[in-house]
Write a new protein. Structure first.
Length: 232
């Protein structure tokens, strides 16, 4: 299992300051560096108008790799400005909002400390945290940083994928209201550890009744095919 840090304790969160500071959308384009698909929508552009949140994501946004990112659980990707600030110190360069291909850049929100199944009200839309972002070859090539996948993994700051529970609209400046936090769940950062081999945390993920079905396949890999996926 990778030696992944948990950054949750480093973020000072106050409810009044939790808001969206950038809304980012992008179209899928052809790119020779974009893995086997040769197509990507990772390059997101910030928009200042109010955006419709549909069942499959934000209006005007696309996902090129539908096989891996086309599920409802990957409808929206969120990242914290505080984690970007940390990366700027590590990389020695500016990392602007939207650089990681997220749809929502948040300020004051501990994205990695959010629980799977946690629900956020942003504008008139209701979103639910479904899991962490796992780095891929497209992300690596896009960032053009040595050993990027390993560095991103070890940092333990993956950001969160969200599914759309209620459609609506949102825009820059909207507050993030944490509507509910389910008991018995794990954080985004912990689920990232589970995905990378922590068996105890993986058992906790699949024991949570509201977990996304994609976790069952991940559990087979981590716990072994045919393993008992119930907690011990």
């Amino acid at each position: 299992m990778a030696n992944i840090r948990s950054p949750s304790d480093e973020l000072a969160v106050t409810v009044k300051s939790m808001r969206i500071i950038s809304v980012n959308v992008g179209k899928a384009v052809d790119a020779e560096w974009a893995g086997k698909l040769l197509r990507t929508a990772i390059d997101k552009t910030p928009v200042t108008y109010r955006v419709e949140v549909r069942a499959n994501g934000l209006a005007g946004d696309e996902r090129a790799d539908l096989a891996n990112h086309g599920a409802p659980s990957h409808a929206v990707y969120a990242y914290a400005r505080e984690d970007y600030d940390w990366w700027e110190r590590q990389l020695g360069r500016e990392v602007p909002d939207g650089r990681f291909g997220e749809n929502l850049t948040a300020s004051g929100l501990d994205v990695n400390g959010a629980l799977l199944g946690e629900r956020w009200r942003i504008g008139t839309a209701l979103l639910e945290v479904s899991g962490p972002r796992v780095p891929c070859v497209v992300f690596r090539n896009w960032m053009d940083e040595p050993g990027w996948v390993n560095r991103f993994t070890r940092a333990g700051r993956p950001g969160a994928y969200l599914k759309v529970v209620e459609t609506g609209e949102l825009e820059v400046g909207d507050e993030v209201e944490i509507v509910s936090r389910p008991e018995g769940s794990v954080t985004v950062a912990q689920s990232f550890l589970a995905f990378h081999g922590d068996k105890e945390l993986m058992r906790r993920v699949v024991a949570f009744p509201g977990h996304d079905s994609a976790w069952d396949e991940a559990a087979k890999r981590v716990l072994g095919t045919g393993s008992d996926l119930t907690p011990t």
